[in-house]
Write a protein that binds this ligand. Sequence first.
Ligand code: ZN
Length: 377
Amino acid sequence: MIRRLVAFDTTSRESNLALIDFVRSYLDDFHVTSELVFDAERRKANLYATIGAADRGGIMLSGHTDVVPVDGQDWDSDPFTLRDEDDRLVGRGASDMKSFIAIVLAMVPDFIAARAATPIHLAFTYDEEVGCLGVRGLIDLLAKRPVKPRCCIIGEPTLMRPVVSHKGKRSLRCHVHGHASHSALSHAGVNAVEIAADLVSHIRRIARRKRDEGPFDPGFMPPYTTVHTGTIAGGTALNIVPRECRFDFEIRHLPGDDPDRIEAELREHAASLLPEMRGVSAETGIVLDAYNAIPALATPLDSEVVQLAQSLTGANDAGKVSFGTEGGLYQQAGIPTVICGPGSIEQAHRPNEWIALDQVRQCEDFLRRLITRIAPQ
Ligand SMILES: [Zn+2]
């Protein structure tokens, strides 16, 4: 099953419908009905299916179907043809996160045979790797239901250790509109690149303050909120005072550290630059646009799903990770979520991405124990 799923090129920019159709007809064979939630162009879809009573909150097993691009990566073999190599399987998505979805699918007959009172929900999403976009449509669908899943396990690679917390992320774009002039007459222009540089420096000051003054949470690496500028573009020629400059930056915040406050601080700084700009030209301005946000995840340790994951894995602790997942959005929608899946994030997104066979086995054992747990005694 892992081999089959890896063979679908579901790089986020591509359609995932071939994979979704495959999963749907596979589930159909077991008389499990799927619901699809499409994107606006009907090029991609989430799949949601329930094994067992649909009128009861059950346990949702969730994973994203998309993978990151292989462009520019040095692979030893075709990334979409799963390769056996000693004790590991190599292929794009092997760890992030087609193996989890494949193992869940392979065990569908076992879930059905268990005839459990607690239903198992399957939630397979699209466009996770480009900002957790697809899952939002699925959450809208669930919100309209009288009964929501009681809890969720996301099989992102954690080496099968329960993870209860990750940072949130907000992505922002800043567009500085200056005023062009001949560079010899720079007093008549508003230099958009320099205004942007001022703002970028301010972002850097905030980042340093977070690093030095916290808040801190030693469970994360690094243990504080980070802010950084990722891209910048502006200006047309050296002898023209640049009219436009835009840059993208992001805030990766600890649960409990409010990204609104950082954004507000930056907006305030931007506002303080405006009078001088407007003094030269009324058409100048600074537009700040938060274009994506993934909430932080912080599932209480005493919640049912954490205890379930701990008892199924035998772990008595619960970890925190630095990468974001759809869990923050599920939590925001009132579905307590734990991340626990096979493989390591260290192998994700890299050339020759792999998963250890032992991890596959551990995930199978985990799901078998889950079945035993929910099956009638
Ligand atoms: Zn992932």
